[in-house]
Design a binder for this molecule. Structure first.
Ligand SMILES: Cc1ncc(COP(=O)(O)O)c(C=O)c1O
Length: 503
Protein backbone atom coordinates (compact mmCIF):
# COMPACT_ATOMS: atom_id res chain seq x y z
CA UNK A 1 0.00 0.00 0.00
CA UNK A 2 1.30 3.49 -0.84
CA UNK A 3 1.57 5.91 2.11
CA UNK A 4 -1.64 7.83 1.27
CA UNK A 5 -3.51 4.53 0.96
CA UNK A 6 -2.18 3.26 4.25
CA UNK A 7 -3.17 6.53 5.95
CA UNK A 8 -6.63 6.24 4.48
CA UNK A 9 -6.83 2.69 5.79
CA UNK A 10 -5.67 3.89 9.20
CA UNK A 11 -8.32 6.64 9.18
CA UNK A 12 -10.96 4.08 8.30
CA UNK A 13 -9.89 1.90 11.20
CA UNK A 14 -9.93 4.88 13.58
CA UNK A 15 -13.39 6.04 12.50
CA UNK A 16 -15.50 3.67 14.66
CA UNK A 17 -13.60 4.75 17.78
CA UNK A 18 -15.00 8.25 17.26
CA UNK A 19 -18.44 7.40 15.89
CA UNK A 20 -21.10 9.29 17.87
CA UNK A 21 -23.86 6.83 16.95
CA UNK A 22 -21.74 3.94 18.07
CA UNK A 23 -20.99 5.78 21.28
CA UNK A 24 -24.71 6.25 21.82
CA UNK A 25 -25.38 2.52 21.42
CA UNK A 26 -22.50 1.57 23.66
CA UNK A 27 -23.53 4.22 26.17
CA UNK A 28 -27.03 2.79 26.39
CA UNK A 29 -25.59 -0.69 26.85
CA UNK A 30 -23.31 0.54 29.64
CA UNK A 31 -25.96 2.55 31.45
CA UNK A 32 -28.32 -0.45 31.35
CA UNK A 33 -25.63 -2.75 32.70
CA UNK A 34 -24.72 -0.27 35.45
CA UNK A 35 -28.33 0.30 36.45
CA UNK A 36 -28.93 -3.47 36.71
CA UNK A 37 -25.74 -3.89 38.68
CA UNK A 38 -26.64 -1.06 41.05
CA UNK A 39 -30.13 -2.41 41.61
CA UNK A 40 -28.70 -5.79 42.56
CA UNK A 41 -25.91 -4.40 44.72
CA UNK A 42 -28.07 -1.89 46.55
CA UNK A 43 -30.62 -4.58 47.37
CA UNK A 44 -27.84 -6.52 49.09
CA UNK A 45 -28.08 -9.44 46.71
CA UNK A 46 -24.97 -11.14 45.47
CA UNK A 47 -21.52 -11.00 46.98
CA UNK A 48 -19.85 -7.85 48.28
CA UNK A 49 -16.30 -8.58 47.19
CA UNK A 50 -16.11 -10.81 44.13
CA UNK A 51 -13.03 -12.59 45.33
CA UNK A 52 -10.60 -13.86 42.69
CA UNK A 53 -6.90 -14.34 43.25
CA UNK A 54 -4.83 -11.62 41.54
CA UNK A 55 -3.44 -14.11 39.01
CA UNK A 56 -6.97 -15.07 37.86
CA UNK A 57 -7.99 -11.46 37.37
CA UNK A 58 -4.75 -10.59 35.58
CA UNK A 59 -5.23 -13.58 33.27
CA UNK A 60 -8.78 -12.45 32.44
CA UNK A 61 -7.66 -8.86 31.87
CA UNK A 62 -4.78 -10.02 29.67
CA UNK A 63 -7.02 -12.33 27.64
CA UNK A 64 -9.29 -9.37 26.87
CA UNK A 65 -6.36 -7.43 25.44
CA UNK A 66 -5.67 -10.31 23.09
CA UNK A 67 -9.26 -10.50 21.75
CA UNK A 68 -9.99 -9.84 18.08
CA UNK A 69 -11.07 -6.20 17.59
CA UNK A 70 -14.62 -5.58 16.40
CA UNK A 71 -16.00 -3.02 13.97
CA UNK A 72 -19.76 -2.82 13.41
CA UNK A 73 -22.01 -0.85 15.76
CA UNK A 74 -23.70 -3.94 17.10
CA UNK A 75 -20.43 -5.72 17.61
CA UNK A 76 -18.93 -2.78 19.44
CA UNK A 77 -21.94 -2.43 21.74
CA UNK A 78 -21.79 -6.17 22.45
CA UNK A 79 -18.07 -6.05 23.13
CA UNK A 80 -18.43 -3.06 25.44
CA UNK A 81 -21.30 -4.78 27.26
CA UNK A 82 -19.19 -7.91 27.68
CA UNK A 83 -16.18 -6.02 28.97
CA UNK A 84 -18.26 -3.97 31.39
CA UNK A 85 -19.86 -7.19 32.60
CA UNK A 86 -16.39 -8.57 33.26
CA UNK A 87 -15.43 -5.48 35.29
CA UNK A 88 -18.62 -5.70 37.30
CA UNK A 89 -18.58 -9.40 38.00
CA UNK A 90 -14.97 -9.28 39.18
CA UNK A 91 -15.18 -6.07 41.20
CA UNK A 92 -15.80 -4.86 44.72
CA UNK A 93 -19.47 -4.05 45.23
CA UNK A 94 -19.26 -0.90 47.31
CA UNK A 95 -22.96 -0.31 46.86
CA UNK A 96 -23.85 -3.43 48.77
CA UNK A 97 -25.25 -2.54 52.20
CA UNK A 98 -23.00 -5.33 53.47
CA UNK A 99 -19.92 -3.33 52.46
CA UNK A 100 -18.84 -1.85 55.80
CA UNK A 101 -15.14 -1.66 55.10
CA UNK A 102 -12.71 1.10 54.17
CA UNK A 103 -13.48 4.81 54.16
CA UNK A 104 -14.58 4.62 50.55
CA UNK A 105 -18.27 5.28 49.97
CA UNK A 106 -21.11 3.71 48.11
CA UNK A 107 -20.88 6.77 45.88
CA UNK A 108 -23.99 8.61 44.75
CA UNK A 109 -24.43 6.98 41.32
CA UNK A 110 -25.32 10.22 39.56
CA UNK A 111 -21.98 11.70 40.63
CA UNK A 112 -20.38 9.13 38.34
CA UNK A 113 -22.42 10.44 35.42
CA UNK A 114 -21.06 13.94 35.93
CA UNK A 115 -17.57 12.47 36.17
CA UNK A 116 -18.22 10.64 32.93
CA UNK A 117 -19.14 13.89 31.18
CA UNK A 118 -15.77 15.31 32.22
CA UNK A 119 -14.04 12.14 31.02
CA UNK A 120 -15.87 11.69 27.73
CA UNK A 121 -15.35 15.31 26.72
CA UNK A 122 -11.90 15.34 28.39
CA UNK A 123 -11.66 18.61 30.30
CA UNK A 124 -8.16 18.57 31.75
CA UNK A 125 -7.59 21.68 33.73
CA UNK A 126 -3.96 22.69 34.11
CA UNK A 127 -5.15 25.99 32.73
CA UNK A 128 -8.59 27.54 32.85
CA UNK A 129 -8.95 27.61 29.08
CA UNK A 130 -8.67 23.81 28.87
CA UNK A 131 -11.57 23.14 31.21
CA UNK A 132 -13.36 26.43 31.76
CA UNK A 133 -16.56 25.10 33.27
CA UNK A 134 -14.84 22.28 35.14
CA UNK A 135 -12.58 24.95 36.68
CA UNK A 136 -15.59 27.08 37.55
CA UNK A 137 -17.39 24.10 39.14
CA UNK A 138 -14.28 23.41 41.20
CA UNK A 139 -14.03 27.03 42.33
CA UNK A 140 -17.71 27.09 43.27
CA UNK A 141 -17.23 23.95 45.41
CA UNK A 142 -14.07 25.37 47.00
CA UNK A 143 -15.93 28.52 48.01
CA UNK A 144 -18.92 26.60 49.38
CA UNK A 145 -16.90 24.01 51.31
CA UNK A 146 -14.41 26.55 52.65
CA UNK A 147 -17.25 28.60 54.07
CA UNK A 148 -18.72 25.42 55.59
CA UNK A 149 -15.43 25.00 57.43
CA UNK A 150 -15.87 28.51 58.79
CA UNK A 151 -13.25 30.37 56.74
CA UNK A 152 -14.18 33.97 55.91
CA UNK A 153 -15.54 34.34 52.39
CA UNK A 154 -12.98 35.92 50.09
CA UNK A 155 -10.05 35.54 52.48
CA UNK A 156 -9.19 31.88 51.95
CA UNK A 157 -8.09 29.85 48.92
CA UNK A 158 -8.45 26.27 47.82
CA UNK A 159 -8.37 23.81 44.97
CA UNK A 160 -8.88 20.15 44.15
CA UNK A 161 -6.10 17.64 43.79
CA UNK A 162 -5.77 13.90 43.18
CA UNK A 163 -6.33 12.46 46.62
CA UNK A 164 -5.89 13.14 50.29
CA UNK A 165 -2.27 11.99 50.29
CA UNK A 166 -1.29 14.53 47.68
CA UNK A 167 -3.45 17.16 49.38
CA UNK A 168 -1.63 16.65 52.70
CA UNK A 169 1.74 16.70 50.98
CA UNK A 170 0.87 19.94 49.18
CA UNK A 171 -0.19 21.67 52.40
CA UNK A 172 2.93 20.55 54.23
CA UNK A 173 5.06 21.64 51.28
CA UNK A 174 3.46 25.06 51.58
CA UNK A 175 4.15 25.12 55.32
CA UNK A 176 7.79 24.21 54.64
CA UNK A 177 8.18 26.89 51.98
CA UNK A 178 6.56 29.52 54.19
CA UNK A 179 8.93 28.64 57.03
CA UNK A 180 12.04 28.50 54.85
CA UNK A 181 11.51 31.28 52.37
CA UNK A 182 14.32 30.19 49.99
CA UNK A 183 13.75 26.48 50.35
CA UNK A 184 12.06 26.00 46.98
CA UNK A 185 15.14 27.24 45.18
CA UNK A 186 17.90 26.29 47.62
CA UNK A 187 16.64 23.19 49.40
CA UNK A 188 16.08 22.45 53.08
CA UNK A 189 18.72 24.14 55.31
CA UNK A 190 21.49 21.67 56.10
CA UNK A 191 23.12 23.49 58.98
CA UNK A 192 21.68 23.79 62.47
CA UNK A 193 19.07 21.53 64.04
CA UNK A 194 17.02 19.59 61.50
CA UNK A 195 13.45 20.81 61.00
CA UNK A 196 10.65 18.62 62.32
CA UNK A 197 7.01 17.95 61.68
CA UNK A 198 4.80 17.23 64.68
CA UNK A 199 1.87 14.97 63.81
CA UNK A 200 -1.01 13.20 65.48
CA UNK A 201 0.45 9.95 66.83
CA UNK A 202 -1.79 7.91 64.53
CA UNK A 203 -1.83 10.15 61.49
CA UNK A 204 -2.30 8.57 58.07
CA UNK A 205 0.96 7.25 56.65
CA UNK A 206 0.91 9.95 53.96
CA UNK A 207 1.95 12.51 56.60
CA UNK A 208 5.22 10.68 57.29
CA UNK A 209 5.56 10.08 53.56
CA UNK A 210 5.28 13.84 53.06
CA UNK A 211 8.17 14.36 55.46
CA UNK A 212 10.22 11.97 53.34
CA UNK A 213 9.21 13.72 50.13
CA UNK A 214 9.83 17.21 51.47
CA UNK A 215 13.40 16.44 52.47
CA UNK A 216 12.60 16.62 56.18
CA UNK A 217 13.14 12.91 56.71
CA UNK A 218 10.62 10.51 58.17
CA UNK A 219 12.69 10.28 61.36
CA UNK A 220 11.99 13.95 61.91
CA UNK A 221 8.28 13.36 62.31
CA UNK A 222 7.51 13.71 65.99
CA UNK A 223 4.43 11.78 67.04
CA UNK A 224 2.26 13.96 69.23
CA UNK A 225 1.27 12.22 72.45
CA UNK A 226 -2.34 11.00 72.52
CA UNK A 227 -4.86 10.82 75.33
CA UNK A 228 -6.94 7.74 76.10
CA UNK A 229 -9.38 8.65 73.31
CA UNK A 230 -6.42 8.72 70.93
CA UNK A 231 -6.63 12.50 70.42
CA UNK A 232 -3.64 14.86 70.61
CA UNK A 233 -3.00 15.74 74.24
CA UNK A 234 -2.77 19.58 74.06
CA UNK A 235 -0.66 20.02 77.20
CA UNK A 236 1.81 17.37 76.01
CA UNK A 237 1.87 19.15 72.64
CA UNK A 238 2.60 22.42 74.41
CA UNK A 239 5.49 20.78 76.25
CA UNK A 240 6.87 19.32 73.02
CA UNK A 241 6.75 22.65 71.19
CA UNK A 242 8.24 24.46 74.19
CA UNK A 243 11.15 22.01 74.23
CA UNK A 244 11.70 22.23 70.46
CA UNK A 245 11.65 26.01 70.58
CA UNK A 246 14.14 26.01 73.47
CA UNK A 247 16.44 23.75 71.41
CA UNK A 248 16.10 26.03 68.39
CA UNK A 249 14.54 23.26 66.27
CA UNK A 250 12.54 24.63 63.31
CA UNK A 251 8.96 23.29 63.39
CA UNK A 252 7.42 23.02 59.94
CA UNK A 253 3.89 22.31 61.15
CA UNK A 254 1.66 20.54 63.61
CA UNK A 255 -0.60 18.11 61.72
CA UNK A 256 -3.80 17.39 63.60
CA UNK A 257 -6.50 14.88 62.68
CA UNK A 258 -10.20 15.37 62.02
CA UNK A 259 -10.33 12.52 62.17
CA UNK A 260 -7.40 10.10 62.41
CA UNK A 261 -7.87 6.94 60.38
CA UNK A 262 -7.66 4.02 62.87
CA UNK A 263 -10.68 4.80 65.06
CA UNK A 264 -11.86 8.13 63.71
CA UNK A 265 -10.56 10.22 66.62
CA UNK A 266 -11.13 13.98 66.20
CA UNK A 267 -8.56 16.22 67.84
CA UNK A 268 -9.70 19.13 69.97
CA UNK A 269 -8.84 21.63 67.24
CA UNK A 270 -9.33 24.74 69.37
CA UNK A 271 -6.90 23.39 71.94
CA UNK A 272 -4.39 22.48 69.21
CA UNK A 273 -4.85 25.94 67.66
CA UNK A 274 -4.18 27.60 71.02
CA UNK A 275 -0.87 25.75 71.30
CA UNK A 276 0.11 26.46 67.67
CA UNK A 277 -0.72 30.15 68.05
CA UNK A 278 1.24 30.36 71.29
CA UNK A 279 4.35 28.99 69.56
CA UNK A 280 3.76 30.59 66.17
CA UNK A 281 3.60 27.21 64.37
CA UNK A 282 1.70 26.37 61.18
CA UNK A 283 -1.40 24.31 62.03
CA UNK A 284 -2.51 21.74 59.48
CA UNK A 285 -5.68 19.68 59.80
CA UNK A 286 -6.16 16.41 57.95
CA UNK A 287 -9.96 16.42 57.65
CA UNK A 288 -9.92 13.97 54.75
CA UNK A 289 -12.63 11.89 56.38
CA UNK A 290 -14.23 14.15 58.96
CA UNK A 291 -14.58 17.40 56.99
CA UNK A 292 -18.07 16.33 56.01
CA UNK A 293 -19.22 16.71 59.63
CA UNK A 294 -19.39 20.43 58.75
CA UNK A 295 -22.66 19.67 56.96
CA UNK A 296 -24.34 18.23 60.04
CA UNK A 297 -25.81 20.50 62.71
CA UNK A 298 -25.57 17.47 65.04
CA UNK A 299 -21.90 16.67 64.42
CA UNK A 300 -20.24 19.87 63.24
CA UNK A 301 -18.98 20.59 66.76
CA UNK A 302 -16.34 17.92 66.05
CA UNK A 303 -14.67 20.46 63.78
CA UNK A 304 -14.81 23.43 66.16
CA UNK A 305 -11.55 25.33 65.70
CA UNK A 306 -10.82 24.02 62.18
CA UNK A 307 -11.27 27.57 60.88
CA UNK A 308 -8.16 28.52 62.87
CA UNK A 309 -5.94 26.12 60.90
CA UNK A 310 -3.50 27.48 58.32
CA UNK A 311 -4.26 24.58 56.01
CA UNK A 312 -6.92 21.89 55.84
CA UNK A 313 -7.60 18.98 53.52
CA UNK A 314 -10.97 17.35 52.90
CA UNK A 315 -11.66 14.34 50.64
CA UNK A 316 -15.01 14.57 48.89
CA UNK A 317 -14.44 10.96 47.84
CA UNK A 318 -14.90 9.88 51.41
CA UNK A 319 -17.83 11.32 53.33
CA UNK A 320 -19.30 13.47 50.56
CA UNK A 321 -20.00 10.19 48.76
CA UNK A 322 -18.55 10.98 45.36
CA UNK A 323 -16.29 8.64 43.38
CA UNK A 324 -12.53 8.83 43.79
CA UNK A 325 -10.63 11.06 43.52
CA UNK A 326 -11.69 14.52 44.62
CA UNK A 327 -9.61 15.98 47.43
CA UNK A 328 -9.78 19.61 48.54
CA UNK A 329 -6.94 21.74 49.87
CA UNK A 330 -7.70 24.93 51.79
CA UNK A 331 -5.44 27.74 52.98
CA UNK A 332 -6.88 30.11 55.56
CA UNK A 333 -4.75 32.90 54.12
CA UNK A 334 -5.27 33.10 50.36
CA UNK A 335 -1.79 34.56 49.96
CA UNK A 336 -0.42 31.07 50.51
CA UNK A 337 -2.04 29.60 47.42
CA UNK A 338 1.06 29.91 45.22
CA UNK A 339 3.63 29.01 47.90
CA UNK A 340 3.83 25.27 47.28
CA UNK A 341 5.05 25.50 43.70
CA UNK A 342 6.82 28.42 42.07
CA UNK A 343 7.24 27.82 38.39
CA UNK A 344 7.52 29.76 35.18
CA UNK A 345 6.07 28.00 32.15
CA UNK A 346 5.46 30.53 29.41
CA UNK A 347 4.21 27.74 27.12
CA UNK A 348 1.31 27.20 29.53
CA UNK A 349 0.67 30.10 31.88
CA UNK A 350 0.18 33.47 30.25
CA UNK A 351 1.99 36.14 32.31
CA UNK A 352 0.29 38.87 30.28
CA UNK A 353 -3.07 37.83 31.73
CA UNK A 354 -2.50 37.50 35.50
CA UNK A 355 -6.23 37.76 36.23
CA UNK A 356 -6.81 34.56 34.31
CA UNK A 357 -3.74 32.85 35.80
CA UNK A 358 -5.59 33.05 39.11
CA UNK A 359 -7.91 30.38 37.71
CA UNK A 360 -5.16 28.16 36.27
CA UNK A 361 -5.11 25.24 38.68
CA UNK A 362 -1.67 24.11 37.51
CA UNK A 363 -0.15 27.07 39.36
CA UNK A 364 -1.34 25.64 42.67
CA UNK A 365 -1.24 21.87 42.24
CA UNK A 366 1.43 19.26 41.66
CA UNK A 367 -0.48 18.04 38.65
CA UNK A 368 -0.15 19.76 35.34
CA UNK A 369 -2.94 17.97 33.47
CA UNK A 370 -5.66 17.36 36.04
CA UNK A 371 -8.87 15.36 35.76
CA UNK A 372 -12.05 17.44 36.04
CA UNK A 373 -12.33 15.98 39.50
CA UNK A 374 -14.94 18.27 41.06
CA UNK A 375 -17.68 17.69 38.50
CA UNK A 376 -19.13 14.70 40.38
CA UNK A 377 -19.46 16.70 43.59
CA UNK A 378 -20.70 19.81 41.84
CA UNK A 379 -23.35 17.88 39.88
CA UNK A 380 -24.52 15.91 42.91
CA UNK A 381 -24.79 19.06 45.01
CA UNK A 382 -26.57 20.99 42.26
CA UNK A 383 -29.02 18.11 41.75
CA UNK A 384 -29.91 17.09 45.30
CA UNK A 385 -28.89 20.11 47.38
CA UNK A 386 -26.69 20.12 50.45
CA UNK A 387 -29.28 18.41 52.64
CA UNK A 388 -28.12 15.16 51.00
CA UNK A 389 -24.67 15.56 52.57
CA UNK A 390 -26.18 16.35 55.96
CA UNK A 391 -28.34 13.24 55.74
CA UNK A 392 -25.49 10.99 54.60
CA UNK A 393 -23.38 12.07 57.57
CA UNK A 394 -26.20 11.81 60.09
CA UNK A 395 -27.39 8.39 58.92
CA UNK A 396 -23.96 6.75 58.72
CA UNK A 397 -22.80 8.22 62.04
CA UNK A 398 -26.02 7.08 63.77
CA UNK A 399 -25.77 3.59 62.37
CA UNK A 400 -22.21 3.28 63.61
CA UNK A 401 -23.37 4.21 67.09
CA UNK A 402 -25.92 1.37 66.86
CA UNK A 403 -23.18 -1.00 65.81
CA UNK A 404 -21.09 0.08 68.77
CA UNK A 405 -24.03 -0.47 71.12
CA UNK A 406 -24.64 -3.93 69.70
CA UNK A 407 -20.97 -4.82 70.14
CA UNK A 408 -20.98 -3.45 73.65
CA UNK A 409 -24.07 -5.43 74.58
CA UNK A 410 -22.69 -8.72 73.24
CA UNK A 411 -20.57 -10.80 75.62
CA UNK A 412 -18.51 -12.21 72.77
CA UNK A 413 -17.56 -8.89 71.12
CA UNK A 414 -15.17 -6.26 72.39
CA UNK A 415 -15.52 -2.75 70.89
CA UNK A 416 -12.20 -0.90 70.94
CA UNK A 417 -13.48 2.65 70.63
CA UNK A 418 -16.55 4.68 71.45
CA UNK A 419 -17.09 6.09 67.92
CA UNK A 420 -17.10 9.82 67.32
CA UNK A 421 -18.12 9.28 63.70
CA UNK A 422 -18.71 6.23 61.50
CA UNK A 423 -15.61 4.20 62.35
CA UNK A 424 -15.57 1.46 64.97
CA UNK A 425 -12.84 -1.08 65.74
CA UNK A 426 -13.53 -4.29 67.61
CA UNK A 427 -12.60 -7.90 68.17
CA UNK A 428 -14.66 -11.04 68.19
CA UNK A 429 -13.71 -12.95 71.32
CA UNK A 430 -15.64 -16.22 71.67
CA UNK A 431 -15.57 -17.92 75.08
CA UNK A 432 -12.85 -20.32 73.92
CA UNK A 433 -10.46 -17.41 73.27
CA UNK A 434 -11.12 -15.36 76.36
CA UNK A 435 -7.82 -16.39 77.94
CA UNK A 436 -5.87 -16.54 74.67
CA UNK A 437 -2.62 -14.62 74.35
CA UNK A 438 -2.37 -11.58 72.07
CA UNK A 439 -0.73 -13.50 69.23
CA UNK A 440 -3.51 -16.12 69.12
CA UNK A 441 -6.28 -13.58 69.51
CA UNK A 442 -4.81 -11.34 66.81
CA UNK A 443 -4.28 -14.21 64.38
CA UNK A 444 -7.87 -15.30 64.91
CA UNK A 445 -9.17 -11.84 63.92
CA UNK A 446 -7.06 -11.89 60.74
CA UNK A 447 -8.18 -15.40 59.74
CA UNK A 448 -11.80 -14.62 60.53
CA UNK A 449 -11.78 -11.47 58.40
CA UNK A 450 -10.17 -13.22 55.46
CA UNK A 451 -12.72 -16.02 55.65
CA UNK A 452 -15.58 -13.51 55.84
CA UNK A 453 -14.57 -11.19 53.02
CA UNK A 454 -13.66 -13.97 50.63
CA UNK A 455 -17.06 -15.51 51.18
CA UNK A 456 -18.53 -12.31 49.74
CA UNK A 457 -21.03 -12.06 52.63
CA UNK A 458 -19.62 -8.84 54.15
CA UNK A 459 -16.66 -6.60 53.62
CA UNK A 460 -14.89 -5.32 56.72
CA UNK A 461 -11.23 -4.38 57.17
CA UNK A 462 -8.30 -5.13 59.47
CA UNK A 463 -6.78 -2.81 62.02
CA UNK A 464 -4.73 -3.19 65.18
CA UNK A 465 -4.82 -1.84 68.68
CA UNK A 466 -1.67 -1.85 70.79
CA UNK A 467 -0.09 -3.99 68.11
CA UNK A 468 -2.78 -6.70 68.35
CA UNK A 469 -4.82 -7.24 65.15
CA UNK A 470 -8.48 -6.33 65.27
CA UNK A 471 -11.46 -5.74 62.96
CA UNK A 472 -12.74 -2.40 61.75
CA UNK A 473 -15.96 -1.18 60.18
CA UNK A 474 -16.72 2.15 58.58
CA UNK A 475 -20.37 2.55 57.67
CA UNK A 476 -20.11 4.02 54.17
CA UNK A 477 -23.47 3.03 52.72
CA UNK A 478 -26.56 4.88 53.95
CA UNK A 479 -28.65 1.87 52.90
CA UNK A 480 -27.01 -0.40 55.47
CA UNK A 481 -29.61 -1.16 58.14
CA UNK A 482 -29.69 -2.41 61.72
CA UNK A 483 -30.64 -5.81 60.33
CA UNK A 484 -27.43 -5.94 58.27
CA UNK A 485 -25.43 -5.14 61.38
CA UNK A 486 -27.13 -7.95 63.34
CA UNK A 487 -26.42 -10.22 60.42
CA UNK A 488 -22.74 -9.19 60.46
CA UNK A 489 -22.37 -10.13 64.12
CA UNK A 490 -24.06 -13.47 63.55
CA UNK A 491 -21.98 -14.20 60.48
CA UNK A 492 -18.81 -13.51 62.47
CA UNK A 493 -20.06 -15.84 65.20
CA UNK A 494 -20.86 -18.67 62.80
CA UNK A 495 -17.61 -18.36 60.89
CA UNK A 496 -15.62 -17.79 64.08
CA UNK A 497 -17.03 -20.98 65.59
CA UNK A 498 -16.17 -23.00 62.50
CA UNK A 499 -12.71 -21.49 62.46
CA UNK A 500 -11.95 -22.28 66.08
CA UNK A 501 -13.19 -25.87 65.58
CA UNK A 502 -10.81 -26.25 62.64
CA UNK A 503 -7.82 -25.10 64.74
C1 LIG B 1 -7.15 10.71 57.62
C2 LIG B 1 -6.72 10.36 56.22
N1 LIG B 1 -5.90 11.16 55.56
C3 LIG B 1 -5.47 10.90 54.32
C4 LIG B 1 -5.89 9.76 53.68
C5 LIG B 1 -5.37 9.47 52.30
O1 LIG B 1 -6.31 9.86 51.36
P1 LIG B 1 -6.24 9.30 49.86
O2 LIG B 1 -6.51 7.84 49.96
O3 LIG B 1 -7.31 10.06 49.15
O4 LIG B 1 -4.87 9.58 49.33
C6 LIG B 1 -6.77 8.89 54.31
C7 LIG B 1 -7.23 7.67 53.63
O5 LIG B 1 -8.00 6.91 54.13
C8 LIG B 1 -7.20 9.19 55.62
O6 LIG B 1 -8.00 8.38 56.30
Amino acid sequence: MSPPDSLAAARARIAPAYDAGLFRDSGHAVSDALADHLAESLSGEGPVLNWNAPADNIAAATAALRGEPVGSNDEVADRVRGLVGEILKRGQNLHSPRYIGHQVPASVPIAGLFDAVGSVTNQPMAIYEMGPFASAAEEACVAALGEKLGFDAGSFAGFVTHGGSLANTTCLLTARNVLFKKCWEEGVPRSGPQPVLVAHGESHYCIARSAGLLGLGTRNVIKAELNDRRQIDPSALDETLTRLRAEGVPIVAVAAGACATPIGAFDDLNAVADVCEKHGVWMHVDAAHGGAAAFSPTHKHLLDGVERADSVIWDAHKMLFVPALCAFVFYKNREHRFEAFRQDAPYLFDPSDPGLAEHDSGMKTLECTKRAAALGLWGTWATFGEQLFTDLVDVTFALTRSLYEKLNAAADFEPLNDPQCNIVAFRYVPACLRDANDATLGRFQQDLRRDLVRSGRFYIVPTAKDGVPALRCTVMNPLTTEAHLDELLNELRTRGRALSERR
